[in-house]
Every structure is written in structure tokens, then in C-alpha cells.
Design a binder for this molecule. Structure first.
Ligand code: MG
Ligand code: ZN
Length: 466
């Protein structure tokens, strides 16, 4: 909640050299240069196991997803530090701190949204771009108050401070077990001099387009009382859409679109994972599940797909706009469905992301003015396991799903073994980054830190003039 102090910055932990003032030379470049755009596509929890599982199922092992054809790629080391001093390195991120590093270049602790471990606000790419005349937007298949979009739209000490009714002291209810001690949401309340909950910050913030779920949070009463967060957003100039038809009808101006109480419906459903059990000698007591198939979720068509929302966002952000725009698009349930061990669920959300990549690449064309980046915030539990080996080392542990692959006619075995609990956990792998457009030869290093992704976007939008 505090203003960022440059004394907190180090080369690794903070990109505090970002300047937002008009350049000293005479002409303002925004009126003389062609538009520059950044479209950042985040697959939440999208590591290479997720991509490979999706490719095998959707197009076959010899097939190609749209993301496979992006011309530049690198590896991104995810960076996390402990909340408690001396802020040792932690090796597994969550979406809050991973998103914060992508959005701000700042390395922070798990659960934090746009804040350092000293609880200082750190400016994000969306704010920096807006201050330099760009239009800015966020599209997600989660609630717009969920950790990933929140990292681009708000500054709070903890990801659960989503709505005005969620401003608990200490670690809020629902926080994962083992969540480190944090100051809680009370210092972020307006009465304490803070900026309010994530939903209230979106309502009073400067984003031009915000599309996703979240009516549950925007229906809450604002801290001062008297109105809902949604009413506050409309007072501040947002048009509101709550269905594909109402979204389609809006042709210009600022838009808040909320199409679910929280997370949007997913595209595919399929068999639930089977928990493997063993006797004391290690012999499997549970037979492997029979191979199953994914099917289309019949209710999915009632919400706009990620591609439909992204198409609308690009039209709204680019219309009569000679400056350019920043857009973040998140396929959120790549992660959420992997937590829940729903193989068809995360494969379907990878397909949604891949549809977005196809559309965005067509929009960008060969114009280097549009930089398209596809990356992830952290790894997930999904593993592509060996279907050929039987018995002994061919007996998987954890949870297992087997799927008939439509293109290959083979069986795809997917395992999850990070946790015996009700949900799988994230993993600490480096994550992919795939790039189209921009000037990648100048920006892309063969091995990157997550904070480099922020610097790459800032450089393309020329918000770093140092
Ligand atoms: Mg997310
Ligand atoms: Zn997650």
C-alpha cells in the first residue's frame, strides 16, 4: 500500500529505472511513430508438460499447435522470495507473485499482488503504458479479481483481498495452508489510507477494457457503503456487459465485462483422475483406469470464449488509436483444472489459449509494431507418463487419467503426484516464453528471468527511456 521507495530496489528485485516523463527531445514521439502494441498471453501453470499433453490430445504428437509456430522462444526462470526476512529464495511461485513479477519486474513473495515484501506498491506495465498514452486492457477466464489479472490491475498485500467484504486481518480465510504471515487486507482499506480491495481498485482504476468473471466480487458493497462495486465502476465510466450479446453490442469506450460469478465455464469435460493405492509391500491395489474421452462442455457456449473476449478487446483498444495498446490475456483454468486433476479441463483451456494465439498472430501480421508474448507464471503438476511400461515401474503413483487421443489413436497417460491433498500443487520448473513480432533479436536472451519479460514489454512500449 505504500509508495515505492527506490531505496528498496536492487537490480534483480525491481525495475525502478522506469521513467514515465515525456522525452527531453523536442517532438513527442507518440504523434510521429506508428502504433506500438504488446499482447501478453499468460497460460496460468502452462509448462511444457501442459503444452505436450495438449498437443498430443488436440493435434497428435506429429501435429502442431499454433503456439508451436511462434518464431522465437526462450526459457524463463521463475523467481520468488520469502515474505519473512532475510527473504531467502523460494523455488515455487504462485500466480500472485509470478504475475506481479511479469507485470512489474519486481520479485516478491507468494500471495502478493503488485507489492514488494516491504508492502510497497510497485508500478505495473499497465499503469506505465497508460501514463504514456496507450490504451490498456485485461482479459481472463478467471474472475478479474483473481491473482493473475489482479497483478496487472491492483496493489494489495494478499491475493484474497478481492472484494470489500474480503478485507480480513491476517491471512484471509481460504488462503492455502502454510501461507506465510502477511499484514492481511486491513492496511489496504481506504479507511487506513490504502487503495481498497482489488475489485474497488479495478472500478476506480484506469484500464480501458476488463473482461472475465467476477460478479460475486463486484456485487459487494463498497467500503464507504451506499453502492456496489459494479455501480462504482459504472460511475467511473465503465460500460457494463454481462453476456455475449451485450458485449457484442458495445463498439467503443471503456468496458467492464463480467460473465460469471467467478471463474468462467471451461471448454472440455472428461474422466476424473483415479487415485492409485498400494499395499505395504508397494503392490498396486487400484487397477489403472480405462482410457476415456474428452467431451465438449454443453454450457460453455453461454459464456464468451477467451478468443471472443480477446477479439473484442483488441477491437476496442485499437479503434481510432494511433498510439497503441497493452493487453494481457490469461487462460486461467490451465492451472485451475490441473489443481483439480481434470485432464480434459486443462487440455481444453490450452486449446482456448491456442485459439487466441492464432487470432492474435493474424492481427499482428508481419508488423513488428505488435509484440506478442506467450508465457506462464509457474509450473503445474501435470506429467505425461509412460503408457508402454506395464507392472513394476509402469505402475504410476498419485492420480492417473488415461485418454484416447483422437489424432494418434493412442492412449495418453497423464499423472499428477505433487500432493495427497484435495488439490495438486505448483512446481518449480522454468517456464516457456514464445514470441512473435517486436524486435526479438534485440530483446530475447537465451535464458531469461521472469523480470526480463517485464523489461522486454517496457522496452517495446518505450516506457523505459533511461
Ligand atoms: Mg491466474
Ligand atoms: Zn494455481
Amino acid at each position: 500500500m505504500k509508495t515505492l521507495s527506490t531505496s528498496l530496489c536492487t537490480a534483480v528485485a525491481c525495475a525502478c529505472s522506469i521513467a514515465v516523463s515525456t522525452p527531453a527531445h523536442g517532438k513527442d514521439p507518440r504523434f510521429t511513430l506508428p502504433p506500438r502494441n504488446v499482447i501478453l498471453i499468460i497460460g496460468d501453470g502452462m509448462d511444457y508438460q501442459q503444452i505436450t499433453a495438449a498437443r498430443n490430445y488436440l493435434v497428435g504428437a506429429f501435429g502442431q499447435l499454433n503456439i508451436d509456430s511462434l518464431p522465437k522462444r526462450s526459457a524463463v526462470q521463475v523467481l520468488t522470495i520469502d515474505e519473512a526476512p532475510p527473504h531467502n529464495v523460494a523455488y515455487v511461485a504462485d500466480s500472485a507473485n509470478g504475475g506481479t513479477t511479469l507485470a512489474t519486474g519486481t520479485v516478491t513473495s507468494a500471495g502478493r499482488i503488485g507489492t514488494t515484501v516491504e508492502d510497497a506498491d510497485t508500478p505495473n506495465i499497465l499503469e506505465l503504458a497508460k501514463a504514456r498514452g496507450y490504451r490498456v486492457g485485461v482479459v481472463t477466464s478467471a474472475s478479474v479479481t483473481d491473482a493473475t489479472p489482479a497483478a496487472f490491475l491492483a496493489h494489495v498485500s494478499f491475493r484474497s483481498c478481492e472484494g470489500p467484504a474480503d478485507m480480513y486481518p491476517g491471512v484471509p480465510p481460504g488462503a492455502p495452508p502454510g501461507t506465510p504471515s502477511l499484514p492481511g487486507c486491513l492496511p489496504d482499506q481506504k479507511a487506513a489510507g490504502g487503495k481498497g480491495s482489488i475489485a474497488e481498485q479495478i472500478a476506480t482504476g484506469k484500464a480501458d477494457v476488463v473482461l472475465g468473471g467476477g460478479t460475486g466480487k463486484f456485487g459487494q458493497t463498497v467500503e464507504e457503503g451506499g453502492k456496489t462495486v459494479l455501480q462504482l465502476a459504472m460511475e467511473k465510466g465503465f460500460q457494463y456487459a454481462n453476456s455475449p450479446a451485450t458485449l457484442n453490442a458495445i463498439q467503443s469506450g471503456r468496458v467492464l465485462g463480467l460473465f460469471a460469478g467467478s471463474t468462467l465455464l471451461v471448454k472440455f469435460t472428461g474422466p476424473t483422475a483415479t487415485k492409485m493405492t498400494f499395499d505395504s509391500a508397494g503392490n498396486a491395489l487400484t487397477p489403472l483406469p480405462e482410457p476415456g474421452n474428452c467431451s465438449s462442455n454443453p454450457t460453455f457456449a453461454t459464456v464468451p470464449s477467451l478468443a471472443v473476449m480477446t477479439d473484442k478487446a483488441i477491437k476496442l483498444l485499437s479503434r481510432n488509436n494511433q498510439r497503441g495498446f497493452f493487453l494481457m490475456v490469461e487462460s486461467a483454468s490451465v492451472d485451475k483444472q490441473a489443481h483439480a486433476r481434470n485432464a480434459c479441463g486443462h487440455i481444453g483451456e490450452m486449446q482456448q489459449l491456442d485459439e487466441v494465439v492464432e487470432m492474435v498472430r493474424a492481427y499482428a501480421g508481419d508488423d513488428p509494431g505488435t509484440l506478442v508474448i506467450v508465457t506462464a507464471d509457474h509450473g503445474q503438476a501435470v506429467q505425461v507418463l509412460n503408457e508402454a511400461r506395464a507392472g513394476g515401474s509402469g505402475t504410476p503413483m498419485g492420480y492417473v487419467t488415461r485418454l484416447n487421443t483422437p489424432s494418434d489413436g493412442s492412449v495418453l497417460r497423464i499423472g499428477y503426484a505433487t500432493s495427497h491433498g484435495p488439490q495438486e500443487d505448483h512446481t518449480g520448473t522454468e517456464v516457456p516464453i514464445l514470441i512473435h513480432g517486436g524486435s526479438p533479436a534485440a530483446f530475447v536472451k537465451p535464458f531469461m528471468w521472469q523480470s526480463d519479460v517485464f523489461l522486454m514489454m517496457a522496452k517495446h512500449l518505450n516506457v523505459n527511456l533511461d
